[in-house]
Unconditional design. Structure first.
Lengths: 265, 278
């Protein structure tokens, strides 16, 4: 059925086969569905990938700010597994891309440090039959909503891939001496500021590296999420997520937006 | 619940019967009940439809004791109970709508609760029909969880809803051996047994949803909702449920909508909301 070597379960292939016979499923809202059609695409199927992943343990020094590489790797690998599986499903469907991708992490009672990483999106295919796959020949992925996807297409840009960078960072606790000396004063806490800066920079840089690999000219809709997950207050994951885009057409006539005042609240 | 202000001796059932009988078979009735907002009602009228009645469907299906605790593979009875509860609730919803003279139910609010002993599905929505249209058989009444606004947009674009497609599956996730738990304690590893359990639950559920869409002669399912994860009362059983509205092209082609770009000059109420970052 496909030349791709992949690790999708058999049942998945059966389901995808059904989808190839004309039925589509999608978690797009009606508005998004209409706008995706408007942009010249047709939804082909709801695609998903997930991985239940156990994150290892890494010792942290109480008074030292440092990246926890093992945890960073776990967070990155698990998401990458989920994303790749989702892409494989889309490729299997012959899709050009996946829009509205959501990446979630769920913690269950299955044991400490185990989490489910899940990627869900709607695979779409261009209605004019021209392939819109990215530079690597894979379906593009994008966390843009149907609305954003249409707007982006109006500007002559096309999404290339969902790019992400992550960094799990342990921020040093302040010593008793430091705490005492700053009590009652207005002072910046340089060690905290610096640690947060560094972690954020690492995550952003990694995201940019991914987009460079896709040959993208920019990343839009970047979100920066900070989460402590289950590691306590001084260990934070910085996750940078965005959609890498490239310009596809030079000549674009953008409609001048009409200004409105809405009479409802 | 103090009892002081509580009205006494009111036969609620009789009141409901009386209220419903006012609508039964009476397709020219002017009085309607609906939970639509004014603009949704306006949207409906704009496409030549009208609300008729607020209708509901409800079903509880029991599951055998001890079903969830131990085993291998799919928990077949749980999946069947979910399907039956859904089917019964939908058919009751549609019968009620048909009795009120409607052709479909929009904005169906679905509530599903799964307990170790039973599965419960309740639906409530607004029955609608093309203005002045006559009664149709319950089997031909569609139910849709799309809002009235989305429904009218779909009609304008040349599509029609056909009903709800649903699929659910529950699967036992094999426990890890003590040795494995100990060995994996410090490592970054994928827990393949859980991943596989989630995958098989998902595939069965999605396949069932797709099959029910095909049975309704649909060409697509929009606004698919997904609920997944371990059951709260049995951590080693994972469930996956998906449902959405089945649609198909009513006419020959999809009608493009050509949106206009607007910039609202209202001041944005919330530009940045730190709470949304989680």
């Amino acid at each position: 059925m496909s030349e791709h070597v992949n690790d999708l379960p058999e049942a998945t292939e059966h389901r995808l086969e059904e989808l190839e016979h004309g039925l589509f499923t999608s978690d797009l809202s009606v508005n998004e569905f209409l706008l995706v059609k408007e942009a010249g695409f047709h939804p082909v199927g709801l695609v998903m990938g997930s991985s239940i992943y156990h994150t290892g343990i890494q010792t942290r020094k109480w008074s030292q700010s440092q990246e926890l590489t093992k945890l960073t790797e776990a967070m990155y690998n698990a998401r990458e597994l989920a994303m790749t599986r989702m892409e494989e499903e889309a490729a299997e469907l012959g899709a050009d891309g996946v829009v509205g991708v959501r990446l979630d992490v769920n913690y269950y009672e299955w044991g400490k440090d185990a989490a489910e990483f899940i990627a869900v999106g709607t695979a779409v295919k261009a209605e004019d039959g021209v392939s819109r796959r990215n530079k690597l020949g894979k379906p593009f992925t994008s966390d843009l909503s149907g609305q954003d996807f249409w707007t982006l297409s109006q500007t002559g840009y096309a999404p290339q891939g969902l790019v992400m960078g992550t960094c799990v960072y342990h921020i040093a606790h302040r010593g008793l001496g430091q705490t005492l000396s700053s009590t009652g004063q207005n002072v910046e806490l340089p060690n905290f500021t610096q640690a947060l800066y560094e972690a954020r920079e690492l995550a952003m840089t990694r995201m940019q590296d991914e987009s460079t690999r896709l040959g993208a000219s920019g990343v839009v809709g970047v979100r920066l999420e900070e989460k402590s997950h289950q590691w306590g207050s001084h260990t934070i994951e910085f996750l940078a997520l965005g959609t890498a885009v490239t310009k596809t057409t030079e000549t674009v006539t953008l409609a001048k937006p009409m200004t409105i005042i809405s009479l409802d609240n | 619940m103090t009892g002081a202000n509580e009205p006494t001796n009111i036969d609620v059932a009789a009141l409901v019967r009386e209220a419903l009988s006012a609508h039964t078979g009476n397709t020219t009735s002017a009085s309607t009940t609906s939970d639509l907002s004014i603009d949704e009602e306006l949207n409906l009228h704009a496409i030549g439809w009208e609300p008729v009645e607020l209708v509901s469907g409800y079903s509880v299906f029991s599951t055998p004791l001890g079903l969830w605790s131990w085993g291998q593979g799919e928990i077949v009875a749980a999946g069947e109970a979910h399907a039956s509860a859904f089917r019964n609730a939908t058919s009751r919803l549609c019968s009620e709508a048909s009795a009120a003279g409607a052709h479909g139910v929009v904005g169906v609010h679905i509530e599903r609760s799964i307990y170790s002993t039973h599965t419960e599905v309740s639906m409530i929505g607004t029955a609608v029909r093309p203005i002045g249209a006559g009664r149709v058989e319950p089997i031909r009444v569609f139910a849709s969880d799309l809002s009235a606004r989305d429904f009218s947009r779909l009609i304008i674009a040349g599509w029609e809803p056909l009903g709800l497609a649903v699929g659910a599956s529950f699967v036992y996730a094999p426990r890890r051996s003590m040795g494995a738990v100990f060995q994996q304690q410090t490592q970054n590893v994928e827990l393949t047994n859980y991943t596989e359990a989630i995958y098989s639950a998902r595939e069965l559920a999605m396949d069932r949803m797709q099959r029910s869409a095909i049975n309704l002669h649909g060409t697509g399912v929009v606004e698919v909702k997904i609920v997944e994860g371990p059951m709260t009362f049995a951590s080693h059983a994972v469930g996956f449920a998906a449902w959405g509205t089945v649609v198909r092209l009513a006419g020959a082609t999809h009608r493009l909508q050509h949106p206009t770009m607007v910039v609202s000059l209202d001041d944005a109420e919330v530009l940045f909301d730190a709470a949304n970052l989680e």
